[in-house]
Ligand binder design. Sequence first.
Ligand SMILES: C[S@@+](CC[C@H](N)C(=O)[O-])C[C@H]1O[C@@H](n2cnc3c(N)ncnc32)[C@H](O)[C@@H]1O
Length: 248
Amino acid sequence: MVDVRKTMRGAVRRLAEGFARQIVSAQSGQGIALVHVDPLSSLGRVWSGSGQDNMLLIAGLARASGARRYLEIGAYRGFTAGFVRWACPNIEIHAIDNWQRASTSVAALLDGVRQISGSDHAIFAYEGDSTAMLDELIAKGLSFDLIYVDGCHTYEYAKSDYERALRLLAPAGTIVIDDTVTWWGPRELSEELQAGALPEGMQALEIRMTNGLLIVSRPPKEKGPLAMTRENCPDGVWRDPEPVRRAG
Ligand SMILES: C[S@@+](CC[C@H](N)C(=O)[O-])C[C@H]1O[C@@H](n2cnc3c(N)ncnc32)[C@H](O)[C@@H]1O
């Protein structure tokens, strides 16, 4: 059986190696120096509440969907945001939190993103209760490609954050709700949405092998019929031009 986590970590490691080569920073008077950023090595050292695999999954979603503007509700110390920035170096990060937990602040958020990704540019922080902050963003007319709902985990807050996230979502955007396996508030919301409470035209996929993530999005625009069929393509069996020679 394929070990999905190992496969995913392998893919992420290769991605990390690619980025580590690409990220450069100017050092005063010394020209350009290579900064080695290895987010995987920080995985075991940072505690985000989201869980390690969820941080990677969200970064992967941001990258795969080509997200350009990311909103995190309950951004804490910037660890998931850091992985998102690492996977998408040019993404704009918008972070909401009341930063009332120990060792948290806007400065800690910037530090967290920098620690994981090597960069802290284009980060917008909104300090306050999520309901009020989201209403401000709605009033400003902002929209986001990827919105991560990970603030207060009561059902009432999770639902109100999600409903406001829907109003802020770009037409082809994605909302991700965290902790649908580990906390009752997001769990109840996830069950309610999957039982049919999704807005028309939206679909949901829940990943339960981590702390739980509910991914809510609109299906991509309808594509024409696939060009590839059983009849017009090779039979699907790999054939190496030369047989592989094994030692011994
Ligand atoms: C589990 S932590 C988020 C972890 C973060 N998403 C990450 O991946 O690193 C939850 C965060 O939500 C924030 N929070 C809780 N209730 C909130 C509220 N009503 N308004 C804004 N932020 C809130 C907390 O301060 C905390 O930083």
